[in-house]
Design a protein around this ligand. Sequence first.
Ligand SMILES: [Zn+2]
Length: 297
Amino acid sequence: MTEKILKCPVCEAEKFSLFLEVRDYFLTKEDFLIQHCNACGFKFVNPRPDKASIDRYYQSDEYISHDSQKAGFISRIYTIARRVSIRNKYNIVNAFAGKGKILDIGCGTGEFLNYCTTKNFEVAGVEPNSKAGDFARRVNHIPVVSDLNDLEAAKGSMNCITMWHVLEHVHDLNATLEVIKGLLNPDGVFIVAVPNSTSWDARKYGKFWAAYDVPRHLYHFDKDTMKKLVTKHGFEILKTIPQKLDAYYVSMLSEKYQSGRNRYLKSFAAGFLSNFMAGKPDRGHSSQIFVLSMKKA
Ligand SMILES: [Zn+2]
């Protein structure tokens, strides 16, 4: 079933305009509308598949595991990028959160959490995809639940909660942020990475921008709308950190969606330019990490 958003999830206004019509290039080739809120500018897929019917848009092994054994240039690059990215994520966690319990929501096969255990963090994960969750449990020995709401008993115990490119997939945006707030201890940090729809590469590629990834990405954030949303839930942004590698990866996919071919040089140039042009305040990098803490009264 499809469902319609009637109130802006960020500001609760009720008037929206069409922003862009985008195709699901990755899987179904279906078209979706991205609307933006007339009051605050927040962008979202509307109408959208509801929670019960979104599964079929994830029916691709590639989406879940990015199989590293597959030959090919992109896969090799991806494997290296993943290794670098796990280390970068860990460095951010380590810089902002003291040692303690870390919860990764949307932990996938658990590679990031596995790395954290080698650094003496106590870890837990949430992963709705049963195949990925099983792998995390069996191979990486991570305690994983399938639903965030199963963690009631862990209230107030998390020193750090991470969501690496996951929040844009979550239907119940506001409810999820409230649960996260409840799970964090008073000094805990919440680290959330999302694509940035005002980045240079988003503007360059328009409807071909791979990080629209409809309808899997239900929401399309930028710095302003993220700030409004998290402020509403009592968080403040301690720091915004760019994910520079994403500009290359997203440009590579976007070029492919646009032209039907792999255009490595063009993609590299676009990724480089996106990072180079990110400095303007209304722009930012292709993907950004927000480090948040509870606002002290
Ligand atoms: Zn709004």
